[in-house]
Ligand binder design. Sequence first.
Ligand code: BGC
Length: 736
Amino acid sequence: MKKILLGTFLSVAAFTAAQQETPVYLDDTKPLEERVEDALSRMTREEKVAIIHAQSKFSSPGVPRLGIPENWMTDGPHGIRAEVLWDEWYGAGWTSDSCIAFPALTCLAATWNPEMAALYGKSIGEEARYRNKNVLLGPGVNIYRTPLNGRNFEYMGEDPYLASVMVVPYIHGVQANGVAACVKHFALNNQEIDRGHVNVNVDDRALYELYLPAFKAAVQEGKAWAIMGAYNRYKGEHCCHNQYLLNDILKRDWGFDGVVVSDWGGVHDTKQSIKNGLDMEFGSWTNGLNWGASNAYDNYYLATPYLKLLESGEVTEKELDDKARRVLRLAFRTTMNRQRPYGSFGTEQHSLAGRQIAQEGIVLLRNNRQVLPVDLAKAKKILVVGENAVKPMTIGGGSSSLKVKYEVSPLAGIQARAGKEAQVSYLPGYASPAQKEQDVKDAKTPQQEAIDYAALRSEAIQAAKDADVVFFIGGLNKNEGQDCEGADRKELNLPYQQDQLIEGLAEANPNLVVVIISGNAVAMPWVNEVPAILEAWYGGTETGNALASVLFGDVNPSGKLPFTFPERLEDNAAYAVGEYPGNGEDVTYKESIFVGYRWADKQKNKPLFPFGHGLSYTTFEYGKAKADKKTMDENGCITFTIPVKNTGKRDGSETVQLYIRDKESSLPRPVKELKGFKKVKLAAGEEQLVSFTIDKQALSFYDDTRSEWVVEPGKFEALIGASAGDIRAKVTFELK
Ligand code: BGC
């Protein structure tokens, strides 16, 4: 009726247009899958092939004819990468792409606070959205198998439960902005050496119990819209086109309906990419014919070679439709979501978020004689030593390198906080050689040959004798061979002769505070000579302010280690079983499920600092733990409670950890496994009852003989404590 009436007033053309209904795919009141099918039915074969591979370093085409926009991806995972040229890795020279750098993911994991993960995801998602990126290449959740892995700083530690709990809110936060989180690198990418081809042999128990859970949580609880395949191989197939990982586990078993994005250059074969679950190809260096040619996107494995196979009838459009559907879903969830917010970039709010996360992640490893926090009423002469006090750490490290709006160095943070109350002086004490690869070249950075370590050291030690307190700020950095993509570390010890320097400083001054900035565990042969040690991670834009607020006691540290610090490399499982980095072709995870604290427990090794360890400026007392029942039904739950009291004079937060031990089992199991944690804020003198409720999932293990998770009746123990090495209470219970 309405249409007929309109017709009487309109021209014929306008009348026809008015008559046309909004196409289903453009109608956001329609269910997602209907829109996907409608869009797909309108697309040509060429259009479908076009949307599944890159058109530039970080983008892929949309369907202009249908008004479906391009996809623009960005690294990830700690901030929004600077714009690069269309077909180059070089910066595009924009003046409006300086981001806020958030702390590295190891620092986020060290907060043990899912609220911090939510804040992180929300903030970085807003930055991505403002920059018009619809896919953020992160977060990373590969398990920390060896402290030598150059990319551990981009991941969330050694424990699958901790990483699972922390990854979910990050994803929710990002995706609330209409930006897809692309969780990486799926899977078994646990070293950089030989990463492009190494074939990982891992038993199913370790695969399911350690290496997959955080990805599964990301998919099933986080509802991640994208996942990135890894460079390495598993069962002989590259992970970017891997039948077992992508088709069987990810898509079939876990029901993943998003896109599998290749790692950049991780694709090696057209037919395997078609069949084995890859959806979008990026960063390929093209095939032999046009190897390295510029703008060779048409030569991508999923470009012309795919079209040729379709034309010859060697493959049908079945797989192509599935891939295109997934890319369409991505578009409807992100670029075509008209409700998505506009985002914000480089804001004060994001700086504050980064600072808060950095502060909560800093771990107080040791604090003898209460050297920390430093009282500015007494410490009038402060000496800061170490290159990391001044070295920008948001630059370097590989693909996570950032161009930042600003970065407060530790020295600047300390100076700002001390103000006129103390005299702060600085000496380098050591130096690292210049890097060729990094985005910013600093003319002051010395060449290796030119560094006179002995002179730098003695100058610092001499000055230390005269100071009230010495802050040594060192650790690793983002140079190749340290915490950096593309290579692994060569040793557990600190580089650049820092051990000798620390020993000298400790002898020269009793009030030495060692601050390690790293994304990895380091050996500390001087541990007993140094009264106070902090692990400060890579803190991002606000790193110096965050550190200063902990050093001077404005913030009471509450971070806990997300991985074990072994005393020696020989105490790390991968190293001990002789299976790292493999033989150049294969690496076999012979230690199986015994990674990190699981290995330390099994070997009865006392680590330098255990998983979950972290002190506070106050003290916490744990009371007696109780269970609400003695026997748990198979389909029931059990609740444990424990009173925890702040017995010191300062307010503080404690992360109370629940580990479960299976006392009798048909298969070998770790001595204990993390199955719950809670971070509680306690005012001085306050006591709270902390409770944990678990079900049978927390008691189960992956039975590789049956290929399923099983739970066996019998006796279990709940171990509650302040770290994996500091269990304060136990309760025994039984599963019927
Ligand atoms: C890295 C990815 C990254 C990609 C794009 C690769 O080298 O492994 O993590 O997202 O490059 O920069």
